[in-house]
Ligand binder design. Structure first.
Ligand code: SF4
Length: 411
C-alpha cells in the first residue's frame, strides 16, 4: 500500500485519541466499581476522518487532480453516499486506491427502533471493530435533532445512566461521530416518510449520547468543524450543544474555542454529597469548582449555560433541593432543563411524578431561574442513552446462558 503523508497527518490527528485517553487517566476519576478503561483499542481510519484539505492532499498524492477530492466530498456531504461505488463520476482507479487506504466504513445498523408516534428513531450501530454505539433522531415541528455519541461506553459511571454501567470501550474517531449524523441525513433526504414532519435535513445536534464528549476533545472538535463547515454540513454553531458532566479543565478549554457552540452541564444536584453519590466525577471536580468554571465561561463567551437536572424520585427532587439549586445558580446567565428520569434496566430508581416536578419548578421560579421541563422522547423505545445497548447485551447474555444450559442438559 502506498504511504502518503495526508494519511499520516490524519493519523497524527487521531493521536488525539491516545492523548485524550491519557487525559482521562490523568483526571484520576473515582470511577464507580471496576469500570474498564480500554485505552489500547484504536480503530482503523475511514475516509470520513479526512477534512477536505487532507482529502485533497491524499488525492493529489495518489496521482489524481485536486478537483476529484471536491467531487468525492460532494458525494459524502451532499449526497450522503455510503459506498464508493455510488461515486459514479469519479475514476474507478482512484476509488479503488482510496478504498484500500481509507475504507468508507459506514456504520452497521444492529437495531433500529421507532417510537409509536414515529418521531423518535433510535439506532444501535456497530463500528468496524465491533464496538457499539447509539444515536437518536428526534423530530419536532421546528427542528430535526440528532443525539450523537462521542465514545463507545463511558468511564464516568453516573448512577442514573445505562451507559455508565458499560464502562468505556474506546473513544470514537471524528469520522465515526460524523457518520452518525450522515446516517440520519441520508434517511431524511431519501426516504419519503410521512412521520418525518417534512424535515429533509438534520437541523440540530446534541452531543448527549454515549460518552463524555469533553473526554474525547480532539475528535469532538474535529467533528464539530465538519458539521459547521459550509462545504461540510453547513450547520450553525448555535444549533449544536455539547453536554458534559463537568470536566473543569476541559470547560475552560471549551471557553477558548472560536465557534459559539452551546454548553450544557449535567448538574443533577446542587451539593457535593448528593452530586458525588450520583456522579462520581464530582469527587474530582466539586460543585463550587464546576460553577466557578461555568461563571468564567459565561464571562468570557457571553453565552448562556444550560444545566441539565435529571429528577430522580426521592433523591434530588425535594423542594429543599430546588431551593439549594436556586441559590447556587442565582444571577447566572443560565437555563435549567428539568428531566424526569427515564427508567434504567436493573435500577430501582424512578423519575419524579408530575406533581413533584411542578413543585420543584415552582421553587426555582422563586429564584428567577429560567427553567423548563423536558420529557425524554421515545420512552417506549429505550431512547435514553445506553439503554438499547444494555438491553441488547442482557438479551444476548440470557440467550447464551440458555444455550449453555441446553447443551449441558443434552450432554
Ligand atoms: S450520563 Fe453521560 S457522562 Fe454520565 S455515565 Fe452516562 S454517558 Fe457517561
Amino acid at each position: 500500500m502506498e504511504q502518503v503523508s495526508a494519511s499520516l497527518e490524519v493519523n497524527n490527528q487521531s493521536e488525539g485519541f491516545a492523548r485524550d485517553l491519557a487525559a482521562i487517566e490523568a483526571l484520576n476519576l473515582p470511577r464507580a466499581g471496576a469500570i474498564p478503561l480500554n485505552a489500547a483499542r484504536k480503530p482503523r481510519l475511514s475516509l470520513l476522518d479526512y477534512d477536505l484539505p487532507e482529502l485533497t492532499e491524499l488525492v493529489k498524492e495518489l496521482g489524481f487532480p485536486a478537483f476529484r477530492a471536491k467531487q468525492i466530498w460532494g458525494w459524502l456531504y451532499q449526497n450522503f453516499a455510503v459506498e464508493y461505488s455510488e461515486m459514479s463520476n469519479v475514476p474507478k482507479a482512484l476509488l479503488q486506491k482510496l478504498a484500500e487506504l481509507a475504507p468508507l466504513a459506514p456504520l452497521e445498523v444492529v437495531i433500529e427502533k421507532v417510537a409509536g408516534d414515529g418521531q423518535t428513531r433510535k439506532v444501535l450501530f456497530r463500528l468496524a471493530d465491533g464496538a457499539e454505539i447509539e444515536s437518536v433522531l428526534m423530530l419536532y415541528p421546528d427542528r430535526a435533532t440528532v443525539c450523537v455519541s462521542t465514545q463507545a461506553g463511558c468511564a464516568m459511571g453516573c448512577t442514573f445512566c445505562a451507559t455508565g454501567q458499560l464502562g468505556l470501550f474506546r473513544n470514537l474517531q471524528a469520522g465515526e461521530i460524523v457518520q452518525q449524523v450522515l446516517h440520519f441525513e441520508r434517511y431524511l433526504s431519501y426516504i419519503p416518510d410521512p412521520s418525518a414532519m417534512g424535515h429533509k435535513r438534520v437541523s440540530n445536534l446534541v452531543f448527549m449520547g454515549m460518552g463524555e464528549p469533553l473526554a474525547n476533545y480532539v475528535n469532538l472538535w474535529k467533528s464539530i468543524r465538519r458539521f459547521h463547515d459550509p462545504v461540510g454540513l453547513n450547520m450553525g454553531a448555535r444549533k449544536m450543544t455539547v453536554s458534559t458532566v463537568g470536566l473543569v479543565p476541559m470547560i475552560r478549554r471549551f471557553a477558548e474555542e472560536d465557534l459559539p457552540v452551546n454548553l450544557a452541564i449535567s448538574l443533577h444536584a446542587a451539593n457535593d454529597t448528593l452530586r458525588s453519590s450520583m456522579l462520581p466525577v464530582n469527587n474530582r471536580f466539586p460543585v463550587a469548582d464546576l460553577i466557578q468554571a461555568c461563571r468564567d465561561y459565561i464571562d468570557k463567551s457571553n453565552r448562556r449555560v444550560s444545566f441539565e437536572y435529571t429528577l430522580v424520585e426521592g433523591q434530588n427532587d425535594s423542594p429543599a433541593a430546588a431551593r439549594e439549586l436556586g441559590r447556587l445558580l442565582h444571577g447566572m446567565l443560565c437555563h435549567v432543563n428539568l428531566i424526569p428520569m427515564n427508567p434504567v434496566p436493573g435500577s430501582k430508581q424512578r423519575g419524579s411524578t408530575g406533581e413533584q416536578v411542578k413543585a420543584f419548578q415552582a421553587e426555582l421560579d422563586q429564584f428567577g431561574i429560567p427553567n423548563s421541563v423536558r420529557f425524554e422522547k421515545g420512552r417506549d423505545i429505550q431512547a435514553a442513552c445506553g439503554q438499547l445497548k444494555v438491553e441488547k447485551d442482557a438479551t444476548e447474555l440470557k440467550r447464551a446462558a440458555k444455550v449453555a444450559r441446553d447443551n449441558s442438559n443434552n450432554g
